[in-house]
Design a protein around this ligand. Structure first.
Ligand code: C2E
Ligand code: CA
Ligand code: CA
Length: 739
């Protein structure tokens, strides 16, 4: 196949242009030998080669082996007339030029010959010049014809190729006349748009274009003067010959390249348009999805952080121009992590979607609700005239969330904390407003959740401290900044250390020691508590094992667990595995939990506690009496120890006995629970506790929480601890105080 490059079209007619270097083979057919000999002399030119023969039969044999540029043919030959050879040439589709040379003066012989395809006729006797002219002329004409044939063959091949390319193109290819009507369409139109070629021919192209896009193409088509003269490219939607279920026409998006066809004389006058339309629907869809994904949250399909920031910046610019006000709300779902950890991510996601739907329904059209990630939502309220307006909406938001939300595992009551920042009062940039709304939201969380609050600049610095604390806490585990201290629980009656409570200490590299009272809640909120508890568990067990190796038998070891630990499914396994690994008896081990853990059994806390108790591990209720103190749960939960909260012990100064402690000791006796009094600081408190029947005490009066090394000392030689104690506290007298 001819390659359709430009040189294929260039006619190769060197021979015709008369370059004598081209070779021409000439056949002389004459029965007169003298003539056969003289012709080559007379007609000799560089490049001309002569063959000769005397009959038609011989001539045909030559022609069967050779192509000639020219045959000099005698009219009368021994076996037939020259006409016979002319017929043979026609029959065999030969393109040799023929000059008849004949003594025949009959004009009809000449005419007959010329009719049969001879190119010229030379009478005998011939003039040399005349013969030469005839030969030159015939050769030139033959060369021209040959070149033409070649060129038209190539054109045909090239046309075939181009037609093939056009007709089988995956693109829609068409031509329009100057009125914008189809003059050609390739078959692709059927597959792409569902129309037959024939129905579209002579129809205006514009009828295929969706009305919304028609304007864009109309200018280009109707005012050719506007065309830049070069090709143009537009994206359009073309109607398909099919309707969607809603009755609207289906469409595809194409990228259309139009090339105006101009008249030769005046290239400003357009006679038509050549167009190539490529189906880019797929790409469009992909682009739309990608851009949607780039700007929207996948779970709720709400705008994401990027889009929110964009809209907020725009709204700020507008508010600035018209001296207006706007509000940014930061909404955080309360205790969302608990839902997620307890019910699983699918339920968590369903909850977020439900909340998103309720928030959307509460807001007005011009407001932007976005999900920043996790359980954090933001709202842009662009039309706020007074802070009270934002307040009204915040109240609506809280109301909208409050009805129970149906999840697959039951109804769930969600609440949210809302922080509000106003432009221009609380910040001038999108970033600042969002951050300050976040700070305000955070204050709501601290003060009991499920409410809204405006940003207060005074809170900002505290907020910053908190962020720093969070970051440091993340590093604390890695940098090994935690340590366990141990505080003994003493039986006054037995004069013995009956337990050790492990208390966590954080040695902050800059701030020094930080109490767990400060950081445990933060650790819970940022989801670090699980790791911390695991570390405490491991450390406490390792310490007991280490003491045992050193020949010291430690008493029961208590560790503090947080409610969050019980929402992890594997807490029981983690504990038993750790005890086994360090070869500790479960009876040597106790966990301390607060009453609040038991208030809500969603995570199967009861079952987990039963498992722990069944394996021999003790369970103590910490800070007993401060929480809900529902006696019912003491029956339901397999508790082994009650720890009387320090606040009650503190009140034991003076002669007044505390009725709550009396009740607690009564409960402990009734349920056969062990009792430990916390925070015992004075002899007076110890005496009062003894009088109420409490034996085991923990507090500064006996020992402060101390490093493992100090604890080793009392464990190794408890007598020394008690002798030192004895000098301050008359233990024996206390022991005898029981009622
Ligand atoms: P808690 O479990 O009630 O621990 C007793 C707290 O009272 C400890 O404070 C202890 O140092 C302190 N204390 C002991 N005796 C006295 C006393 O005679 N007078 C006074 N005023 N205080 C006394 P600490 O170590 O600061 O711990 C505070 C709280 O942090 C603990 O309260 C506990 O709830 C929590 N916590 C401590 N360690 C851990 C831990 O490893 N994991 C978890 N989740 N929480 C822990
Ligand atoms: Ca405790
Ligand atoms: Ca306590």
């Amino acid at each position: 196949m001819v390659t359709p490059t430009e040189h294929a079209f260039r006619p190769q007619i060197q021979g015709a242009a008369g370059t004598e270097a081209a070779s021409f083979r000439i056949l002389i057919v004459d029965d007169d030998p003298s003539l056969r000999r003289t012709f080559p002399h007379v007609l000799a030119r560089p490049g001309r080669i002569f063959d000769e023969c005397g009959t038609i039969g011989e001539a045909i044999r030559c022609l069967e082996h050779e192509h000639y540029a020219l045959i000099l043919l005698d009219y009368r030959l021994p076996d037939a007339t020259g006409l016979a050879l002319l017929d043979w040439l026609v029959d065999h589709n030969r393109d040799e030029a023929v000059i008849i040379i004949s003594g025949e003066d009959a004009i009809d012989a000449a005419i007959g010959a010329l009719r049969r395809g001879a190119d010229d006729y030379v009478r005998k006797p011939y003039h040399v010049a005349q013969l030469q002219r005839a030969v030159d002329g015939a050769l030139h004409k033959g060369a021209l014809e040959k070149a033409n044939r070649l060129m038209s063959q190539r054109l045909k091949a090239s046309e075939r190729l181009h037609r093939y390319l056009v007709e089988s193109s995956p693109d829609l290819i068409f031509t329009l006349d100057s009125a914008g009507r189809f003059t050609y369409l390739n078959p692709r139109v059927k597959a792409l748009l569902g129309f037959d070629r024939s129905t579209l021919m002579r129809q205006p192209f514009a009828t295929l274009v969706l009305p919304e896009d028609r304007k864009r193409i109309d200018n280009l088509l109707s005012q050719p003067g506007n065309l830049p003269g070069e090709s143009f490219n537009v994206e359009l939607r073309l109607r398909r010959n099919r309707l969607k279920p809603d009755g609207e026409a289906e469409s595809i998006t194409v990228s259309l390249t139009g090339i105006p066809m101009n008249t030769q004389e005046d290239d400003r006058r357009m006679v038509g348009l050549y167009g190539v339309a490529r189906d880019i629907s797929e790409r469009k869809r992909a682009e739309e999805i990608i851009s949607f994904q780039a700007y929207h949250d996948q779970l709720t399909h709400l705008p994401n952080r990027v889009l929110f920031k964009d809209r907020l910046e725009l709204a700020i610019a507008q508010a600035q121009r018209r001296n207006g006000t706007l509000a940014v709300m930061f909404i955080d779902v309360d205790r969302f992590k608990l839902v997620n950890d307890t019910f699983g991510h699918a339920e968590g996601d369903a909850l977020l979607r439900a909340i998103a739907a309720r928030l959307s329904a509460t807001l007005r059209r011009g407001d932007t609700l976005a999900r920043l990630g996790g359980d954090e939502f933001t709202v842009l309220l662009p039309d706020i005239t007074r802070p009270e307006d934002a307040e009204v909406i915040a109240r609506k938001v809280l109301e909208a969330i409050s009805p129970p939300i149906g999840l697959s595992k039951g109804q769930f009551r969600a609440t949210v904390s809302v922080g509000i920042a106003l432009f221009p009062r609380d910040g001038g940039s999108a970033e600042e407003l969002t951050r300050h709304a976040d700070v305000a939201m955070y204050q709501v969380k601290r003060s009991g959740k499920n409410a809204y609050r405006f940003f207060d600049p005074d809170l900002n610095t505290r907020h910053r401290d908190r962020i720093a604390l969070e970051n440091d806490l993340r590093n604390a585990l890695v940098r090994n900044e935690f340590e366990l201290h141990y505080q003994p629980q003493v039986s006054v009656v037995q004069r013995r250390i009956v337990g050790l409570e492990a208390l966590l200490r954080w040695q902050h590299p800059v701030l020094g020691p930080i109490s767990p009272a400060t950081f445990v809640q933060v650790a819970e909120e940022v989801g670090l508590i699980g790791e911390i508890s695991a570390w405490v568990l491991e450390q406490a067990c390792a310490q007991v094992a280490e003491w045992r190796r050193a020949g010291i038998e430690a008493p029961r070891m208590s560790i503090n667990l947080s409610a969050h630990d019980f929402h992890r499914s594997n807490i029981v396994a983690s504990i038993t595995e750790c005890l086994e690994r360090h070869a500790l008896r479960p009876g040597q081990f106790e966990i301390e939990i607060t009453e609040s853990i038991m208030m809500n059994d969603t995570a199967g806390v009861t079952a987990k506690l039963h498992e722990l108790r069944a394996s021999g591990i003790s369970v103590a209720i910490d800070d007993f009496g401060t929480g809900y103190s529902a006696l019912a749960y003491l029956q339901k939960f397999p508790v082994s120890t009650l720890k009387i909260d320090r606040s009650f012990v503190r009140d034991l100064e003076g002669p007044m006995t505390n009725p709550i402690i009396a009740a607690i000791t009564g409960i402990a006796r009734g349920f056969e629970l062990e009792l430990v009094a916390e925070g015992v600081e004075s002899e007076e408190q110890a005496r009062a506790l003894r009088a109420l029947g409490c034996d085991v005490m923990q507090g500064y009066l006996f020992a402060r929480p101390s490093r493992a090394a100090d604890a080793s000392a009392w464990l190794q030689c408890p007598d020394r601890l008690f002798e030192a104690l004895e000098s301050r506290v008359p233990l024996e007298r206390l022991a005898g105080l029981a009622n």
